[in-house]
Design a protein around this ligand. Structure first.
Ligand code: ACO
Length: 191
């Protein structure tokens, strides 16, 4: 697990207690914010922030945004938090990020990189990009490009020797603009 540095709340009083085992501070980010490429943040429009997924994104339209990509189903807050905690616990593997338009407090872009740990290539790692979506009203502003650049940065930072993804024929042009090249074919078996 990657250590996440948790900043104390701005109004927190200094801890003068001598308790042996103070409660761990609540950590908002799903993975360390230091994995976010500052150059990607700098390229975003004013008021747009790219950052790790937070549990509070449940109330900022995260699942509704994912539903623009495919079926999400009905996920209650508790179930969301449980899955979020799983990702957070395994944050050397799961790195879901979002772009928030802080002008309106809504998540407008999202994507995840999953780091596969292999025996091959001398214990190599491979980044798998998954679940890319930009809100329909926000497309064409290069937010998708920024999400991909940020995920590739994470993948490289965590030691992957390559980053791969599956997509539809209609999205090949987008991923080529992001620097990917077409290779081989995808196969699937649904259960
Ligand atoms: N085909 C060809 N070129 C495209 C496409 C496309 N489908 N979509 C965008 N582009 C081009 C843009 O014109 C732009 O080109 P430019 O740099 O010459 O101006 C460049 O790619 C970057 O486009 P963005 O503005 O960053 O793209 P956007 O923010 O609109 O996001 C996305 C693209 C994510 C595909 C969006 O259309 C979307 O959310 N679609 C629905 C969900 C979806 O299909 N997600 C991908 C699933 S695959 C996966 O998850 C691995």
């Amino acid at each position: 697990q990657l250590a996440i540095e948790a900043a104390p709340p701005a109004d927190a009083a200094p801890d003068t207690t001598t308790a042996a085992a103070p409660a761990a501070p609540a950590v908002a980010a799903c993975f360390p914010p230091s994995l976010i490429d500052p150059d990607v943040q700098a390229a975003l429009p004013d008021g747009y922030v790219i950052r790790p997924l937070e549990a509070a994104d449940f109330d900022k339209g995260y699942l509704q945004l994912l539903a623009e990509l495919t079926e999400v189903g009905s996920i209650e807050r508790d179930a969301f938090n449980e899955r979020f905690a799983y990702f957070q616990k395994h944050n050397d593997t799961y790195c879901p990020l979002v772009i928030e338009d802080t002008n309106v407090g809504k998540v407008v872009g999202a994507g995840t990189v999953v780091i596969e740990h292999k025996f091959l290539h001398e214990l190599g790692k491979v980044g798998h990009i998954e679940d890319i979506v930009v809100d329909a009203n926000q497309r064409g502003k290069k937010l998708g490009l920024r999400v991909i650049a940020a995920l590739v940065f994470i993948s490289k930072s965590l030691g992957s020797y390559k980053t791969i993804l599956n997509c539809s024929e209609g999205n090949i042009g987008f991923y080529e603009k992001c620097g990917f090249t077409k290779k081989e074919v995808e196969m699937v078996m649904y259960h």
